[in-house]
Design a protein around this ligand. Structure first.
Ligand SMILES: Cc1ncc(COP(=O)(O)O)c(C=O)c1O
Length: 366
């Protein structure tokens, strides 16, 4: 069976580095925050092209804390694309604000800047572009929109570690950016983990306080309502060990995406991801009008695939009031997108077999 994703194979590939990182923590004296978290934060800030990185307990927490630290709260609206993982919208609820879902651009599958502009109201406090599948949202148009209305931008970079737009790292465009280190991510740990990056020193300080009970520095006095939302020390050590390989993994993903593109170029009815230089292909998601049939056919050939994301967030009961307009592009993509294996440890030996099965499906009269 070819799995759609298999973090255990990545762990096996880097088992030596991971074991050494765990041993170092076991032999040290910091189990909460401490030197391993500080070292990872410094390394990740430099990798992400930002002055600061603050390690937190998950990607969802990273988004929620970033919004809170920017002053977003009750009564505010946050504009975000309806095509994303539920965590993007849960983060908005967590900080007391309301999600306002807008449609995505059919090519980039990321937030449509014109739809975002139409959704701005007097309550709008922030825009949350999601760099879906590791492809960049249109940041210049979104920054112009945010500047026009005095809005904050929090980039959801959960799927975009190391991705660039015009040579600049995603995550360095907004006021803050949130990363997830969920095990399947391009940089993933062995459990939950996340980080917020920013170039604003005061925002970074506020984030360090919010993730640690509202404490300031080493003082154990709560200055404001805070959380226990720190990046786990063991995960930080593992992430430091894996970070040096992240760009290699992204290069391998680019090469795999290029192989898929060539092999699938003339498949009838099949839609391919956009060709975005700097994308890191967290997913290689194709579209097909009979997506469920294609998924079944791949499964019969022993090939795993996955649906990201159906339904759109505006159709989840928890946020069903979050859209005021129909979102036809999101609905169409939600019904037709299928993510193929792209994780290097899975796909390097499997691309040709997956592509052949897809080609068979697309040329069989049905
Ligand atoms: C786009 C997106 N946003 C947010 C999240 C939430 O991250 P986490 O699972 O670490 O809370 C994820 C991933 O899981 C994601 O893919």
């Amino acid at each position: 069976m070819i799995l759609q994703a298999a973090p255990q194979l990545r762990i096996a590939r880097f088992r030596g580095e991971i074991d050494a990182a765990i041993s170092a923590v076991l032999g040290g004296d910091a189990y909460i925050l401490g030197a391993p978290v500080e070292a990872f934060e410094a390394a990740f800030a430099s990798y992400a092209g930002c002055a600061h990185a603050v390690g937190v307990s998950s990607g969802t927490e990273a988004l929620a804390l970033a919004l809170r630290a920017l002053g977003v709260g009750a009564g505010d609206e946050v504009i975000l694309p309806a095509l994303s993982f539920a965590g993007s919208a849960q983060a908005v609820l967590q900080c007391g604000a309301s999600p306002r879902f807008v449609d995505v651009d059919p090519r980039s599958r990321c937030i449509d800047p014109a739809a975002a502009a139409d959704a701005v109201t007097v309550r709008t406090a922030a825009i949350m572009p999601v760099h879906l599948f590791g492809y960049p949202a249109e940041m210049p148009a979104l920054i112009a929109l945010a500047d026009r209305h005095g809005l904050a931008i929090v980039e959801d970079c959960a799927q975009a570690h190391g991705a660039t737009l015009v040579g600049r790292r995603l995550g360095s465009f907004g006021h803050a950016a949130a990363f997830s280190f969920y095990p399947t991510k391009n940089l993933g740990c062995i459990g939950d983990g996340g980080a917020v990056t920013t170039n604003d020193a005061r925002l970074a300080e506020r984030l360090r306080s919010l993730r640690n009970y509202g404490f300031a520095g080493s003082e154990r006095i709560s200055r404001e309502p805070g959380f226990n939302a720190r990046l786990d020390t063991l995960q930080a050590a593992i992430l430091s060990a894996l970070l040096p390989f992240c760009d290699d993994g992204n290069r391998e993903r680019r090469a795999l995406a290029a192989r898929y593109r060539v092999a699938l170029a003339d498949c009838l009815g099949l839609g391919l991801p956009p060709e975005a230089e700097g994308a890191v292909h967290h997913q290689f998601a194709v579209t097909h009008p009979d997506r469920d049939g294609l998924m079944r056919c791949l499964a019969e050939a022993g090939i795993g695939s996955a649906v990201h994301y159906e339904p759109g967030l505006h159709r989840h009961p928890a946020f069903a009031w979050g859209a005021t307009e129909p979102l036809p592009v999101t609905d169409r993509l939600a019904a037709t997108l299928l993510s193929l294996p792209i994780q290097p440890e899975v796909a390097t030996l499997a691309v040709d077999r997956v592509a052949a099965a897809l080609r068979r499906f697309c040329t069989t009269l049905r």
